[in-house]
Design a protein around this ligand. Sequence first.
Ligand SMILES: Cc1cc2nc3c(=O)[nH]c(=O)nc-3n(C[C@H](O)[C@H](O)[C@H](O)COP(=O)(O)OP(=O)(O)OC[C@H]3O[C@@H](n4cnc5c(N)ncnc54)[C@H](O)[C@@H]3O)c2cc1C
Length: 396
Amino acid sequence: MKKYYSLTMDKDVLIIGAGAAGLICAIEAGRRKRSVVILEHNRDIGRKLSICGGGRCNFTNINIGPEHYISQNPHFLKSALSRYRPENFCGLLKKHAVSYHEKKFGQLFCDNSAKEIIGMFIKECRYAHVSILSGIKINSLKKNHVFTVSTNKGVFTGKSLVIATGGLSMPSVGATDLGYRIARQFGLKITPVKPGLVPLIWDSKNKKIFSALCGVSVKAKASFKKISFTDNLLFTHKGLSGPAILQISSYLTPGDEICLDFIPELNFIEIFKNHSQDKIKLKNILKDILPQRLVEVLARHFPAEKPVSSYTPDELKKIEHILRAWKVISNKTQGYEKAEVTIGGVDTSELSSKTMESKKVPGLYFIGEVLDVSGHLGGYNLHWAWASGFTAGQYA
Ligand SMILES: Cc1cc2nc3c(=O)[nH]c(=O)nc-3n(C[C@H](O)[C@H](O)[C@H](O)COP(=O)(O)OP(=O)(O)OC[C@H]3O[C@@H](n4cnc5c(N)ncnc54)[C@H](O)[C@@H]3O)c2cc1C
């Protein structure tokens, strides 16, 4: 016979969501001798964490600073970011002998697996007497003198309630909108949300031009208005991906035009410098610089093929424009299924930046990606989860 059971648990701190932010908040509150329970609906904790950085988890960045974040309230994050630094997280990893290394642009990755970080949190939760309950379905919650959360496995009460349910990206690993629903229930505002760090789908013109390039990768600069990112760009069968595109995608709304520079680190004139008297064809020079398949496609748009020395200044200008200012309309993205983050979320003007507590509802805290704080690619999102979770853990 199936066994049914029901818990009633009275704690100082209830945390909903055992992801990056919820776990660090739990251990910090537990270290302060608060009794803590984390309620997680997945069977396992930290599922998104386990797939971060291709399974190696780009857990922070040595260049952490507010300029790497998008938020309608950019001053909000400064306090938490200055309080919890990359060194703090690295210290925790060292304590647990989790080895890591630096990749490009200050990104820090585990040497082995993101699962080591999850193992580390399980141990820390044990030391801090934090209870973790998984497979929990939240049915309702309310606040009287304490918070009461009713679930499929019983009723939990707590003096503080921390919402660490993350954003909407990757529902396949457990993302839900619960955090936003709770915010609305308590009268907090939500800024408009959309997928960020997400691959783009071709507009019709570029689909015809580039669809045969699937798998080609090139270092490029992707720009939108005054914002630009120079990094790898990947042609996919659906459109564009790779770090340069993921980064710029966070700033786009449908219909925006981005500009691609395929030779971001070259002076166009320099390309011709050694060939000004030659009969060599431009395509052949470019093949030493760019992937051959990309050159073939771009060259179809150059003025008539001829020796490089015979191009007129106007023709050269046109060629430079093709290589340096290729336009792509961002009509559609691959959505939350493929997005690494959610842009927008719980309006931070409703919270204290010192504690992450709601100004309207004492004892209610929001941390991590559920907030209107989104980082650039490169460890910034996890760092925000650590910093905001750590901060709330000092007060909840
Ligand atoms: C594929 C991928 C790779 C990424 N790689 C990186 C990277 O390398 N570096 C980086 O900085 N960022 C990376 N990110 C972003 C990063 O994972 C998130 O920003 C970060 O995990 C947010 O932490 P969080 O605790 O707020 O949310 P999450 O880690 O998403 O945790 C939220 C938790 O709440 C639980 N939850 C949700 N709804 C409910 C509910 N209804 N009831 C109970 N529990 C619920 C979830 O199951 C989850 O355990 C990546 C994201 C993706 C999708």
